[in-house]
Design a protein around this ligand. Structure first.
Ligand code: HEC
Ligand code: HEC
Ligand code: HEC
Ligand code: HEC
Ligand code: HEC
Ligand code: HEC
Ligand code: HEC
Ligand code: HEC
Ligand code: HEC
Ligand code: HEC
Length: 306
């Protein structure tokens, strides 16, 4: 049993509640084992023992379990508590060191492993800026909180997060509150989707896939392939849409026709011609999509009208 290392890629939930491992196996190379900590840090055991990180099966690749899997070799400190050198303390100013300690186990999880190279990691955030520490008293949910399962007003606490996911993000990104309250918006405030439906906070740029693929994962009908595609749609949805919210309908960056006219210069006479018996005059004063309704691409009309 002692040689087992939990494969971190699996979603297997490690059963917590067993005693924090503190056995002889950890005594090598400056490790004292968790039981050695109990004498002086007994107050930290009750919460920890209910945490997913407790349990003798949760080990680093080097086989270290329990307290020292995060705090590093602490035999010297257990001998003489004033010896703090070499301990990983997760203190302010040492966020990178702390994150690296967490990643000794989580580095195989590709959702999480890019953290130190990504915006949040490079900005000096600790893992515990968002995740509750394993010493937190909250009874933590071990399963991913499903995005749509929350009842109105109920906080979503998933993945050991410190609170409602969106409130957590908004506490550092308050400027988003304005966007999310705009007349046209993604239904984040309504609870239908959340920040992490689109953003992976451990990744650079913090979006899961290329933005376009991210959008298409929910708006599949805009994918095509089209016989006549609209070049900007094939490139990047956000050249026309605001991802969070907008004063313009359909989350457009600016309302029509100005949005279209930011790329298209329309000679009025062209649209003013008589075509098939109808006179298309003053088209530029209208919503372009009144006529160009297939703005995301068309199967039959190169002018994107149907
Ligand atoms: C003999 C008592 C004693 C033992 C045994 C002991 N500690 Fe400590 N520990 C202390 C004291 C006292 C402090 C506070 C030291 C200070 O702040 O100067 C402390 C502080 C710490 C800190 C925080 C350091 C900081 O700067 O915030 C960590 C982490 C820690 N101990 C981990 C452990 C681990 C892991 C073990 C078991 C391997 C352990 N301790 C065993 C007495 C002990
Ligand atoms: C999964 C990683 C992890 C494990 C395992 C772990 N800790 Fe910690 N510990 C942390 C983090 C993160 C903090 C900083 C908490 C914070 O900033 O809120 C911390 C803080 C501490 C502190 C200083 C703050 C305090 O609450 O006094 C001590 C002492 C400590 N841990 C001891 C222990 C002991 C003893 C064990 C085993 C029973 C243990 N830790 C297991 C991650 C861990
Ligand atoms: C000794 C290995 C180890 C270390 C070190 C470690 N973890 Fe974990 N962690 C695990 C295992 C195993 C699980 C449960 C399986 C899983 O979800 O990958 C887990 C689960 C988690 C989860 C919850 C995932 C879920 O499914 O709910 C979070 C969040 C997490 N760890 C964050 C941290 C943070 C933050 C640190 C550093 C303070 C840390 N871990 C250090 C092994 C470790
Ligand atoms: C800016 C906030 C933030 C920071 C910083 C952060 N996380 Fe996360 N983490 C999250 C959120 C939000 C989720 C849940 C994503 C979801 O709901 O799918 C998560 C999920 C996880 C998971 C579960 C991933 C999975 O789906 O398999 C693990 C493990 C984890 N984080 C570990 C870490 C570790 C380790 C660090 C530091 C190296 C860290 N996180 C830093 C916000 C953060
Ligand atoms: C529908 C998908 C989606 C949702 C939901 C979403 N975002 Fe975004 N977010 C994006 C995209 C796409 C970008 C890149 C925008 C760009 O390139 O113009 C972005 C950019 C950002 C940025 C950086 C640029 C800026 O506007 O400041 C932050 C910060 C941000 N989002 C935070 C959040 C937070 C916090 C939430 C939840 C309250 C959230 N997002 C919800 C898709 C989304
Ligand atoms: C503790 C504060 C903090 C929390 C919590 C936090 N962020 Fe950030 N976030 C930052 C900082 C700092 C930056 C980088 C500087 C900036 O752009 O403001 C950043 C940048 C971003 C960016 C821009 C990324 C890029 O590469 O341009 C996005 C998107 C983002 N955060 C989304 C989120 C989401 C989603 C959450 C919630 C899961 C979240 N943030 C939680 C502090 C935080
Ligand atoms: C997690 C799923 C999800 C993702 C990812 C997503 N959306 Fe949405 N989107 C929705 C939902 C849900 C609605 C609300 C639909 C409704 O009210 O009928 C919506 C509404 C919209 C609307 C407004 C529809 C209207 O009638 O006003 C636009 C435009 C839109 N999304 C564009 C985007 C773009 C651009 C992206 C990528 C940045 C994106 N979406 C990513 C789920 C998603
Ligand atoms: C050239 C500008 C442009 C680009 C690029 C664009 N859209 Fe749109 N989108 C529009 C306009 C204009 C509307 C409003 C159409 C209407 O009112 O008939 C719209 C409406 C929508 C709607 C809501 C109405 C509906 O038809 O379902 C969704 C969802 C949407 N777009 C998703 C996307 C996605 C996903 C992408 C990227 C693949 C994208 N859009 C790229 C211009 C654009
Ligand atoms: C980001 C720039 C951009 C925006 C915004 C934009 N377009 Fe386009 N559009 C293009 C490009 C590039 C082409 C391809 C031009 C070409 O092939 O000559 C194109 C092609 C078209 C065509 C087909 C042209 C043809 O030759 O038949 C129509 C119709 C069209 N756009 C209508 C619109 C409408 C309506 C809007 C506003 C909802 C809009 N466009 C917004 C860049 C844009
Ligand atoms: C009343 C209907 C109508 C409106 C409104 C309209 N168009 Fe057109 N548009 C057409 C028709 C019909 C054609 C095809 C002309 C042809 O067959 O030669 C066309 C052609 C185009 C073309 C192809 C290039 C060209 O000049 O032949 C572009 C680009 C275009 N429209 C963009 C726009 C934009 C941008 C708007 C809004 C400012 C707009 N249209 C408003 C009917 C309209």
């Amino acid at each position: 049993m002692r040689t087992l290392i939990i494969p971190l890629m699996t979603t297997a939930l490690v059963v917590a509640g067993t005693a924090a491992a503190g056995d002889g196996a950890d005594r090598a190379a400056g490790y004292a084992g968790s039981e050695a900590c109990r004498d002086c840090h007994a107050d930290l055991f009750p919460h920890f023992e209910r945490n997913v990180h407790a349990g003798s099966l949760v080990r680093t690749r080097a086989g270290v379990a329990g307290c020292e899997s995060c705090h590093g070799p602490a035999a010297a400190h257990a001998e003489d508590p004033s010896q703090l050198g070499g301990l990983i303390t997760f203190a302010a100013g040492k966020e990178g060191e702390g994150a690296r300690a967490c990643l000794t186990c989580h580095r195989d999880n590709q959702t999480v492993s890019p953290f130190l190279r990504a915006t949040h990691g490079r900005s000096g955030l600790a893992c515990t800026a968002c995740h509750a520490s394993p010493h937190a008293p909250a009874p933590v949910q071990l399963v991913r909180a499903r995005v749509n399962s929350q009842r109105e007003g109920a906080p979503v606490v998933g993945r050991h997060l410190k609170g409602d996911r969106d409130e957590l993000c908004l506490s550092c990104h308050p400027q988003l509150r304005g966007s999310l309250a705009m007349p046209f918006r993604h239904p984040v405030a309504e609870g239908a989707i959340s920040c992490s439906s689109c953003h992976n906070p451990h990744l650079n740029g913090a979006t899961y896939a290329s933005t376009r693929n991210q959008c298409l994962s929910c708006h599949e009908d805009k994918r095509g392939p089209w016989a006549f595609e609209h070049a900007p749609v094939a490139e990047d949805c956000t050249s026309c849409h605001e991802p969070h919210g907008s004063v313009a309908p359909s989350l457009l960056r600016t309302a029509e026709p100005f949005l279209c006219l930011s790329c298209h210069v329309l000679p009025d006479d062209r649209h003013g011609q008589e075509i098939g018996g109808t006179r298309f005059s003053r088209a530029i004063y209208q919503r372009c999509t009144t006529c160009h309704g297939a703005v995301h691409g068309s199967h039959g009309d190169r002018h994107l009208k149907k």
